[in-house]
Structures are given as structure tokens and as C-alpha cells.
Design a protein around this ligand. Structure first.
Ligand code: 5MM
Length: 346
């Protein structure tokens, strides 16, 4: 029994370390049906199952992409889809050296009794779903808690309830030999200052790691996916990139034990270049006890999605755009990105 547990732990740690391997990061391609529809609306493309499949194929098969991508977070529909030649996506990704992952939460829903706050759902039946996803090839999973900053929010109890759900999810994942990505996202919507973001992120991370400890989560076998500490999008004087990097590192040092192998940031509405620059500046502040990388959705995909526009003729150029962003973010994981690289070809 003890032997099984040790083996299970060493495999969890192996996968978690591979997810945050040097020069690489994670592609978040787990947009639910409603979110991908919004993305397609922006390029005036109908959100059919085939268009969603084709778009994901564009990203996953991009020449050069796998060099910088360690893993891909899939959605329930996507993990069951195939490349045009009939290879299931998880099998295709694995062959190219990218770990398949799966979003398992069922979304942030209004938190009853707490106006303006949400609680992430999806724990019911999770043990069974994890078993199915493991059989479909998933080696890691993701659950996102959403914390909004506003008048009188977040409340301590909404933070606690979300942290508790994240920890229950993480423990269930590890039981199923799946590495949990623990994603507590403090939103950058609104006009709040960077100081307020730091205060809230401090409180959230403190509670999340408290709950992970209580739930006996094996820290060496997980990845944290936090927001950066950053001014609200509508703030009057937004803090400069160096201040974002310094505040983010300060906050993480206070709360994330060195046992956690890696931290993979979400982009949260930052522009693609902003997200890359911040990551690079953060890494310049090293050495740090964890690997610091990306798990971007929009900041990796936006330029490729626009370049594609749903047209077959643009497929190759959109793949180049994606590979370029993957490479620049890969370089940012070791602080080697510079803005001059933006004008160079992939
Ligand atoms: C890819 O976007 C995911 C959101 O999907 P739903 O809102 O449809 O569930 C999201 O969880 C994503 O993985 C993270 O928030 C990071 O994405 P960004 O775009 O913030 O980097």
C-alpha cells in the first residue's frame, strides 16, 4: 500500500515537472462552448463543432509549436475530437511530446447569499469523470476559481469556499493519478490599484495553500496557475511592468512553498505582448524556488485567431503566429525575451 502511494507520488511529480519544464509552458485551449463562441463571433465565424475542431487542430499541429509547449488544456468536447487524419487529439499531442490536460470544473456560478461573487462548481461526480478522462489520455487537469474585486468584495467567506473547492478537486485528481492545476484567478477587470490586487491575491493564496494542506494535497505533484499582481484594466495610473514583476514575485514568495515545482500564470486579459513582457521580467528576478512559466489562453491565441479569420488560405500564417507567440513566451520563461523580437519572424 505504502509502495503504491510512493509510486503514484513519483509519477505525479514527474508529470508536474514536465509541465513546467525549462523553456516551455502550457496552452490553455479549454474554452467552453460559450466562450469559444464569443472568440469566433469576433472573427465572424459560426461556432460549429467542425469549426471548433479545425481551430484546435490549427493550434496543436502548428509547426514549431511543440518546442515551446509542454501541455495543452482541453475541453470535454475537444478531448474526444480527432485530427483530420483520424488521430484522437490526446494521442496526437502525446506523440508530439505535449501532455494532454482537461478542464474539469463546470464553471463559476453565482454564490448564493453573496451578491456579485461566484463559486466554481463541478465536484459532484468528479471522481468518475476523472477516471474517464484518464482513460482518454489526460495526465493533468484544471479547475478555475474566480475572485472579482469590487466594492465590498471579495468577502473572506467566498475566498474560503472557493479555496476549499479547489483543494477538494486537487485531492481527487491526485487520487486518480492526474496532476491538478490549481487556478485561483483574481480578475483584472475594474479600476482597482495594483496594491489592492496584491492585498487580495495575498489573501487568496494564503487560503488556498491552507486548504491544500488540510486536504493533504501532495504539493510536489501540482502546478499553481495564478494571476499576476497587476492594476485593474480600467485603473487611471496602471503600474509599470517592472512593478508588476516585483509585486508578483513578492506575493508568491510569501505564500507558495518551494515544494511546488512550478507556477504557470494565466494572462487574464493582458495583451499578448504585455503578458510575455511581464513573464520575462518576472523571470529576470530569479533565482526563485519554482519554475515560472505560462498557461495562457488569450495571450497565446489572439494573434493566431485574428490571422486565421476562419479562412483556409490563412491556416499556415495563423500557425506561424501561434508558433511565434509560443516561442516568445518560451524565451520569457528564462528572461530572454525582448520587445525587439516582436517584429522578427517566428
Ligand atoms: C481558455 O480560457 C479558459 C476559460 O474557459 P471558460 O471561461 O470557457 O471556462 C480559462 O480557464 C483559461 O484557462 C485561464 O483563465 C487562462 O486564460 P487566459 O485567457 O486568462 O490566459
Amino acid at each position: 500500500m505504502l509502495e503504491d502511494w510512493t509510486m503514484n507520488r513519483s509519477e505525479l511529480a514527474r508529470v508536474a515537472n514536465a509541465m513546467v519544464a525549462k523553456n516551455k509552458g502550457i496552452l490553455a485551449a479549454d474554452e467552453s462552448t460559450g466562450t469559444i463562441k464569443k472568440r469566433f463571433d469576433a472573427i465572424k465565424l459560426e461556432s460549429t463543432e467542425e469549426h471548433r475542431r479545425l481551430y484546435r487542430e490549427l493550434l496543436f499541429t502548428a509547426p514549431g509549436g511543440a518546442e515551446w509547449i509542454s501541455g495543452v488544456i482541453l475541453y470535454d468536447e475537444t478531448i474526444r475530437q480527432k485530427t483530420k487524419d483520424g488521430t484522437p487529439f490526446p494521442e496526437y499531442l502525446t506523440k508530439r511530446g505535449m501532455l494532454p490536460g482537461i478542464k474539469v470544473d463546470t464553471g463559476a456560478k453565482p454564490f448564493a447569499g453573496f451578491a456579485g461573487e461566484t463559486i466554481t462548481e463541478g465536484l459532484d461526480g468528479l471522481r468518475e469523470r476523472l477516471g474517464e478522462y484518464r482513460n482518454l489520455g489526460a495526465r493533468f487537469a484544471k479547475w478555475r476559481a474566480v475572485i472579482d474585486i469590487g466594492d465590498g468584495i471579495p468577502t473572506p467567506y467566498a475566498i474560503q469556499a472557493n479555496a476549499h473547492a479547489l483543494a477538494r478537486y486537487a485531492a481527487l485528481c491526485q487520487e486518480a493519478d492526474i496532476v491538478p492545476i490549481v487556478e485561483p484567478e483574481v480578475l483584472m477587470d475594474g479600476a482597482h490599484s495594483i496594491e489592492r490586487c496584491e492585498q487580495v491575491t495575498d489573501a487568496v493564496l494564503a487560503r488556498v495553500f491552507g486548504e491544500l494542506f488540510e486536504h493533504r494535497v501532495y504539493l510536489e505533484g501540482m502546478v499553481l496557475k495564478p494571476n499576476m499582481v497587476i492594476s485593474g484594466k480600467k485603473a487611471a495610473n496602471r503600474a509599470p511592468p517592472e512593478a508588476v514583476a516585483a509585486a508578483t514575485v513578492r506575493c508568491l514568495k510569501r505564500h507558495v512553498p518551494p515544494a511546488v515545482p512550478g507556477i504557470a500564470f494565466l494572462s487574464g486579459g493582458q495583451s499578448p505582448t504585455e503578458a510575455t513582457q511581464h513573464l520575462s521580467l518576472i523571470n529576470k528576478l530569479g533565482p526563485l524556488p519554482w519554475s515560472l512559466t505560462f498557461s495562457y489562453g488569450r495571450a497565446l491565441q489572439d494573434t493566431a485567431l485574428k490571422a486565421w479569420g476562419g479562412a483556409a488560405a490563412n491556416f499556415g500564417s495563423a500557425q506561424q503566429e501561434f508558433a511565434k507567440r509560443a516561442k516568445l513566451n518560451g524565451l520569457a520563461t528564462t528572461g530572454r525575451y525582448s520587445q525587439e523580437m516582436e517584429s522578427q519572424a517566428a
